[in-house]
Design a protein around this ligand. Structure first.
Ligand code: ASN
Ligand code: ZN
Length: 322
């Protein structure tokens, strides 16, 4: 099921980067700085040894292997959003090379960030196809690296759900940016292209616009995501429901971005990004603490009386966090 395979699978976020990189001791991208995009795609040849064999290095032509080429292009699109819109030079903001392995394991129904690189399974071809098929999923996994560097949000309970939400927010923004969609044009779905047999009861893995409605059928069960604090799910599974309760901050981002209007990466994305970089954001942060940092960042960027600040506050109130 989805819970056994995707949603609830837990990977202990190792802290290779956190150890190798002093948090926030970043080399800021100066205006006019050249981007440093260095991608390497590997194949695990359906085994589980990482990283596997190099199949496409930076600058090499497309291979014809969809998983390889989607990973290469998806890392590029994610790098582009962070560089062009947020002045961020890769995961560590210091030009860190991007490594991704595809064809990981056999019938592997998931994708993950292992603390050093991204990893994508082929899916079992019955429930899921390859996990590179949705650009937002590639953006989701790379964003786990950014979050680890900037805030090291502990992968448990509310801080873990914030970690997950950050990945959904920027993963969705990567797709919107690539497609040139405004907030009202976007589908706000995560993983809409992963199902082997999609349909009205299998829209995606998650919906940021309407958490809890991404799927509902006999095989998958019902999408368990809440959209409001009154429905917060207390569970020991999934590290305290990190992929479940992320519906609440996801919906807050959707509401804020939609109220502000235009391209979600311009204002709402920038506000969330600055909150993620705020030194006051601690590894065990709660939803409410993060909400206050987005208010602070909206006030700083746009002024306390701005439509942006008001939209951010209203969004968090609407999901019961403030
Ligand atoms: N695909 C999942 C995710 O990136 C794997 C995990 O639970 N870490 O969130
Ligand atoms: Zn995740």
């Amino acid at each position: 099921t989805l819970s056994a395979d995707f949603s609830f699978r837990t990977f202990r976020a190792t802290s290779a980067i956190a150890q190798a990189t002093a948090p926030r001791a970043r080399i800021a991208v100066m205006p006019g700085t050249e981007p440093v995009l260095k991608r390497t795609i590997y194949t695990a040849k359906n085994k589980q040894t990482l990283p596997g064999d190099v199949v496409r290095a930076e600058g090499a032509a497309a291979t014809g292997d969809a998983a390889v080429d989607e990973a290469y292009d998806g890392l590029g699109a994610t790098y582009d959003l962070f560089f062009k819109e947020f002045n961020r030079n890769s995961i560590d903001d210091a030009g860190m090379p991007l490594h991704a392995t595809v064809h990981y394991g056999k019938d592997y129904d998931n994708a993950f960030w292992n603390g050093s690189q991204m990893v994508f399974g082929d899916g079992d071809q019955t429930l899921f196809k390859r996990f590179t098929a949705s650009l937002d999923v590639i953006g989701h996994e790379l964003t786990h690296g950014v979050t680890e560097v900037e805030a090291a949000l502990a992968y448990q309970g509310q801080s873990g759900a914030l970690n997950e939400s950050m990945s959904d927010v920027f993963g969705s923004l990567v797709k919107q940016y690539k497609l040139g969609q405004s907030a009202d044009q976007a589908d706000w779905l995560i993983g809409a292209d992963l199902f082997a047999e999609p349909g009205p009861t299998r829209l995606a893995l998650r919906s940021m616009k309407a958490p809890g409605t991404a799927y509902d059928d006999p095989v998958l069960g019902k999408d368990p995501q809440p959209a409001h604090m009154k429905d917060y799910v207390h569970t020991v599974e999934d590290n305290g429901g990190v992929h479940i309760n992320s519906g609440i901050p996801n919906k807050a981002f959707y509401l804020a971005a939609s109220a502000i209007g235009g391209n979600a990466w311009d204002d709402a994305g920038r506000i969330w990004y600055e909150a993620l970089l705020d030194a006051r954001l601690k590894p065990n942060a709660t939803f409410k603490q993060f909400a206050k940092l987005t208010q602070a960042s909206a006030d700083k960027l746009h002024g306390a009386d701005s439509t942006q600040s008001k939209a951010v506050t209203q969004a968090w109130k609407d999901v019961g966090v403030l």
